[in-house]
Design a protein around this ligand. Structure first.
Ligand code: ADP
Ligand code: MG
Length: 302
């Protein structure tokens, strides 16, 4: 196959690994800088131009769209979809996953375990919102934050109230969530490829920190997940429409609860922790999903 890797930087670990894995399996890969793709959307024949020329035909696209360019990146990916190109994760699923509130609403509809979570607009409703999510300690988070930035723990109702007021005053969209204390600063990243969890790791926050993000100094180790955690992760990826996803969950007293579903999971931490060739598994999945299997001819009757 001729594969395009939509990525801004070919030196990133995940981009490099996906390239290597594809080439090892006999595919050709071109890293395409998402922000240098442009298009005439009203044309009868949808196409994409790249650095002055019409871009060649690809059999499949692997989108690695950073959170800061979600809007433009998803528009480019949508154009590829309109051209009939096979994509690993589609633009709608990626857009869903980038909005934590939208994601949790979709997961909730499927009956997937979540921390009690609230959302409000008016500062007048803050006291009741806090009551609704069972009071402090509470986690307050920006709907579009990443890497643990914009996730705050408020230990008292007064602290929660002033932090929420401050965010609302800045017109920042936030949600308020029950604090899962029993997770003890750890979360579990499940890497879903197709309908399987192919790897999982535990991330433990630094001493005195509750956010387990590796970017916040958390450390990763291999963990065996329970069948319930496995099926929760698979169902979560499916509810979002993602073929490849990093599903983060916490171990709560009432079973696994989803933190978020990532559409471009980083491969560095999980490959280092588990020693698995995740990039290879992703390429093999892409290979299978991009080449439609012919239906077996109907069995002759009688
Ligand atoms: P980000 O997108 O910035 O990673 P998350 O929602 O994943 O935001 O939160 C970052 C980390 O903070 C989580 O991985 C988890 O360790 C911790 N955390 C977030 N929400 C809660 C919560 N409700 N209870 C306990 N820990 C939480
Ligand atoms: Mg996270």
């Amino acid at each position: 196959m001729h594969i395009a890797l939509l990525s801004r930087n070919r030196t990133l670990y995940s981009t490099r690994r996906l390239m290597e894995a594809a080439e090892e399996r006999g595919h050709s890969v071109r890293v395409v800088d998402t922000l240098r793709c442009y298009m005439n959307i009203a044309s009868h024949r949808p196409s994409i131009h790249y650095k002055g020329e019409e871009i060649e035909h690809f059999d499949a696209i692997i989108p690695r769209i950073g959170a800061s360019i979600t809007f433009y990146g998803c528009a480019v990916l949508r154009q590829f979809e309109m051209m009939g190109t096979h994509v690993l994760n589609d633009n709608v699923s990626i857009t869903r996953s980038r909005d934590k509130l939208r994601s949790l609403q979709l997961l909730s509809r499927k009956g997937i375990g979540l921390p009690v979570t609230g959302f409000a607009h008016s500062p007048d409703d803050i006291p009741d919102l806090i009551k609704m999510v069972k009071g402090a300690p509470l986690v307050i988070k920006l709907l579009e934050g990443t890497q643990g930035i914009g996730v705050v723990l408020a230990e008292t109702n007064q602290a929660a109230e002033s932090v929420i007021q401050a965010f609302m005053g800045m017109k920042a969209n936030i949600m308020v969530q029950e604090y899962i204390k029993e997770a003890k600063g750890a979360d579990i990243r499940c890497l879903v490829v197709g309908d399987k969890v192919v790897a999982s790791m535990k991330r433990q926050a630094l001493e005195g920190e509750f956010r387990s993000n590796l970017h916040r100094g958390g450390n990763a180790s291999v963990i065996r997940i329970t069948p319930e955690e496995r099926s929760t992760a698979i169902r979560a990826a499916k509810a979002m429409g993602l073929r490849v996803a990093g599903v983060d969950l916490l171990r709560s007293n009432h079973g696994p609860v989803i933190m978020e579903v990532n559409s471009s999971p980083g491969l560095h931490g999980i490959e280092a922790a588990t020693g698995k060739d995740i990039a290879g598994l992703i390429i093999e999945h892409l290979q299978k999903s991009a080449t439609p299997t012919r239906k077996a001819p109907p069995k002759p009757k009688g």
